[in-house]
Write a protein that binds this ligand. Sequence first.
Ligand SMILES: NC(=O)c1ccc[n+]([C@@H]2O[C@H](COP(=O)([O-])OP(=O)(O)OC[C@H]3O[C@@H](n4cnc5c(N)ncnc54)[C@H](O)[C@@H]3O)[C@@H](O)[C@H]2O)c1
Length: 266
Amino acid sequence: MVCTSYPKESIDARLEGQERIGRGGGGSGIGQATATRFLEEGCTVCVLDRSAEARERVATELPALSGVIDADVSNFEQVQAAVGEAIERMGSIDVVINNAGISIRHDFLDITPEEWDEVLGVNLKGVFQVAQAAARHMVARGSGVILNTASTGGSTGYPHYADYNASKGGVIALTQSLALELAPVVRVNAVSPGFVLTPMQRAEYSDAMLDAVNRKIPFGRHARPEEIAALFAFLASEDAGFATGHVYVMDGAETTGGLCSQWTHE
Ligand SMILES: NC(=O)c1ccc[n+]([C@@H]2O[C@H](COP(=O)([O-])OP(=O)(O)OC[C@H]3O[C@@H](n4cnc5c(N)ncnc54)[C@H](O)[C@@H]3O)[C@@H](O)[C@H]2O)c1
């Protein structure tokens, strides 16, 4: 999770009106790219991450961060403390971005109950816990934006990631439900990336597997984390002031076209 606030006089107009932003899993990949983007927009940012290595790296590479907070989003007490610390450091949270996520590449028949609980605990319960803690604060102050990270696997399915895809499908349903309950005070949307070249992806895919995936994507490549960060920046901004309750896909047309998506990019 990352939290941000920025001085109004210096902000990009697209983010005007959003002063403080919080996100989960900000110490790597898409999270770090998003923290970087919001800092570039003039925001003040706090990153929340459970990994000491990720926290150390992001603190070194992004010294302008207002805070790098140790928290496991699947742990209720740690989330309450972390959101409280983020509010204390920034005075408030205008935007929270749920980005923490894990995946395990395994066959459905091999998934253990412990693995299921672990993946759902981070990817879905974590989003619920951070969103609820942030939403209580946002409702009390009369405005806010919650952005959740889904995945194209959460709406289309994908082999070897049944638990991950179930968690992301849950994130989509949670996003839609929160948008209805919290309207018009808090906007709630989900970003649904296709394949993004991050440490998560590199951990599970060999170079040959990455090449094979790229050939199936009409754009012929993975997304860059910065491209996903740009979508978060747009959805956090006042330009997206009427956008709520939806899932915004960015996947290089990977999931477009039904059977056409079986087409191989040469
Ligand atoms: N990389 C992709 O292709 C891809 C595609 C679709 C969706 N996503 C989603 O984007 C998000 C970011 O993925 P990424 O590829 O940047 O991954 P990443 O592994 O590079 O970064 C994830 C970060 O989350 C942190 N984290 C994990 N569990 C946590 C927990 N319980 N509490 C706090 N922090 C925790 C990790 O320490 C890490 O810093 C995830 O939700 C992932 O499911 C990624």
